[in-house]
Design a protein around this ligand. Structure first.
Ligand code: ZN
Length: 375
């Protein structure tokens, strides 16, 4: 068993001080005295929360899930510890069936071998999307929703971003909801109207992928997906890099969605890397000034780090420290129905320690110290 002392613990009720957190592989609980003979980590007044969970990330550290190699997964898993992310969904792109199958198979076989942030499963972004809202996804490989592509990976797939208005989507969504209720069906890269979006929520869509991006903008007479998501009980996520969305949009969304808002990075291989030219799903992406764009200027994923996402939310919205942290811990954990995301007895001991500007000082995964900023 280990203990963390001198910390500001972020828990549901607020910030807990003058307490000691005990953990082994799981959270053991809070106490007022350090039991004798156990290892103690002095947080020196820093914040401590559950580890961050990223539902949408393609890569980082010059590696991408679509590289489909064990090395790529290891590289992503290890570099994410610097950003406070302790678990994530390996996110695929719209590419050829063979390329997607290779990436899914790689995750199925090798996700368990990474030693940093844990791979919770797969987020399939496309290819079941609308060609008119493809964003940085390659249009050539868009296809109608089918279980053929994923039938061998139903346990690994945890989330699918799709367009509910395309042919075959209604059947697919209803089938998936009935047969594989653990898979989150998310509206995204879609041209759906307000009415179509609302209807898809009754079929089984329960989430929206990077709200505002790769969908029609909100219009007061055509509210579209954005309007439907804002006035329904579904969760949604957003990329708070101040490039994909204006700061005032972040404030608007959090005011309306409250704890139903989840933060994602949507980072691509240039995450945690220098400016330059990188590949995303077979297309060339130019990275500079915290922006990743295709040759025609289309935004192509982000280079956002999860700790920066939190810092941006604190600076540009009225959310409290507990609320922003919940949007990358408790929120995504509850969505995935996993015992993570809270410093709660029995939950996995995924823990991060960070300063007031979200510099990550320590990352702990399953009770093991995996990253330390200073030696
Ligand atoms: Zn993405």
């Amino acid at each position: 068993m280990q203990a963390i002392i001198n910390a500001k613990f972020l828990v549901d009720d607020g910030i807990l001080e003058n307490q000691i957190l005990l953990f082994d592989n799981n959270i053991v609980g809070f106490t007022e005295e350090v039991p004798e003979g156990i290892e103690v980590l002095d947080a020196k007044g820093a914040y401590v929360s559950a580890g961050f969970i990223d539902l949408h990330i393609h890569g980082s550290g010059d590696a991408d899930v679509m590289d489909a190699t064990p090395e790529a997964l290891k590289r992503i898993s290890s570099i994410l510890l610097e950003t406070g992310t302790t678990s994530f969904l390996a996110t695929t792109m719209t590419m050829s069936e063979q390329a997607i199958d290779k990436a899914l198979q790689n995750v199925q076989q090798h996700a368990g071998q990474v030693s940093g942030a844990q791979i919770l499963g797969i987020h399939l972004e496309g290819p079941f999307i609308n060609a008119s809202k493809h964003g940085a996804q390659d249009k050539a490989y868009i296809q109608r929703p089918t279980t053929d592509l994923i039938k061998n990976y139903m346990q690994e797939v945890k989330m699918i971003t799709l367009a509910p208005e395309v042919g075959g989507a209604e059947y697919f969504i209803k089938f998936m909801k009935k047969e594989y209720p653990h898979i989150i069906l998310s509206i995204g890269h879609s041209d759906a109207s307000y009415e179509e979006s609302q209807e898809s929520f009754t079929w089984g869509v329960s989430h929206a992928t990077h709200l505002f991006n790769a969908m029609n903008p909100y219009h007061h007479r055509e509210p579209g997906i954005v309007g439907a998501v804002l006035d329904a009980d579904v969760t949604c996520d957003i990329i708070p890099d101040l490039v994909h969305t204006h700061p005032s949009t972040l404030e608007l969304v959090q005011k309306v969605k409250k704890e139903k808002l989840i933060l994602i990075t949507d980072a691509m291989r240039a995450g945690c890397m220098k400016c330059g030219t990188y590949d995303l799903g077979g297309r060339s992406v130019e990275v500079s000034d915290g922006k990743a764009v295709l040759e025609d200027g289309t935004l192509a994923g982000s280079v956002l780090k999860m700790n920066e996402a939190l810092h941006n939310m604190i600076r540009h919205t009225s959310m409290s420290m507990v609320e922003v942290v919940n949007a990358v811990t408790k929120g995504p954990a509850q969505k995935l129905a996993i015992n993570k995301g809270e410093l709660r007895v029995g939950y996995d001991a995924d823990i991060v320690i960070f300063d007031e500007t979200f510099n990550i000082l320590y990352s702990i995964v399953g009770g093991d110290l995996k990253y330390k900023r200073y030696n």
